[in-house]
Write a protein that binds this ligand. Structure first.
Ligand code: NAP
Length: 248
């Protein structure tokens, strides 16, 4: 796991990832780089880890400081070691609908739905948010699962008219309590991905207290998608180890 800089939330995220790995017996090396680290140094480190056959997976924690181009650097991770599923090869495979390493939050959401036997095929799935980490790749994964997908974002007109049609509504914006009770269909499934912090407290995209009265299923936040994301890091690592170039 590579962390560049002093982002406090990132430190908590990588700690959780490390604890989960240790729990199942996966060894973690952490590279904690200064806020001022030059991009060339980071690239050198990624190349070194790419060619080290004792390393199964590499995570470059986002965000990174402004002198570093996150997309460029994360794109240099060997696709077979790409725990987060963000490299071009893995995203292209997702686009093609072939077996690939899925981004962890996307995979966690699908696992949740499958575990609770919530039918994705044919369902009206509305995703609020088109970010590269959640909304956008999730839309492809849902399409691959035969859902009818609608993506909404900050420029969407009449959001409520769209969300009300969702059998499965997934919100990934980071706007606190964007999704209210009158925006959902009776008995819908609601997945709350967004994370905002107000006075040190995590607030999700969904007004849980009121929306939960109307929904059939709803994820808590915190405590829903977040832990699933961490669990899928492990799932991806095992998948990569089993099919990897470096499992000797
Ligand atoms: P992002 O790239 O910032 O994308 C946010 C999206 O929300 C954008 O597409 C934006 O629209 C849309 N949006 C903003 N305001 C909106 C509004 N009023 N109505 C409708 N859409 C609106 O974020 P991300 O990286 O995809 O992450 C999304 C959220 O999930 C964040 O809060 C992040 O912290 C959280 N997250 C949680 C986990 C977890 O494990 N729980 C994992 C990853 C991310 P535009 O494109 O038009 O700007």
């Amino acid at each position: 796991i590579i962390l560049v800089g002093n982002n406090e939330a990132s430190k908590i995220y990588i700690r959780n990832k490390e604890l989960a790995c240790n729990y199942v017996g996966i060894e973690v090396d952490k590279y904690l780089l200064d806020e001022e680290t030059k991009e060339e140094y980071l690239i050198e480190l990624i190349n070194k880890l790419n060619s080290d056959n004792k390393i199964t997976g590499i995570i470059l924690q986002s965000p990174v400081p402004s002198q570093i181009d996150f997309n460029k650097c994360s794109g240099l991770i060997n696709a077979k070691k790409d725990v987060d599923g963000f490299t071009k090869e893995n995203i292209y495979n997702l686009y093609l609908g072939v077996d690939t390493i899925l981004p962890c939050t996307v995979k966690g959401i699908i696992k949740l739905l499958e575990e609770y036997k919530i039918k994705i095929s044919g369902a009206n799935v509305v995703i609020v948010g088109r970010g590269n980490i959640v909304g956008h790749p999730l839309s492809l994964a849902m399409l691959n699962k035969d859902a009818t997908v609608t993506i909404a974002h900050s420029k969407t007109n009449n959001l409520k008219d769209i969300t009300q049609k969702a059998d499965i509504l997934i919100s990934a914006t980071g706007i606190p309590h964007l999704i209210k009770e009158d925006m959902i269909k009776e008995n819908a499934t609601i997945i709350d991905v967004g994370v905002a912090k107000i006075d040190g407290k995590i607030i999700g995209d969904v007004d849980f207290l009121n929306v939960s009265k109307k929904a059939k299923y709803i994820t808590p936040n915190p405590g829903g998608v977040g832990p699933m994301t961490v669990a899928m890091i492990i799932d991806n690592l095992i998948f990569m180890y089993e099919r990897g170039i470096n499992n000797g």
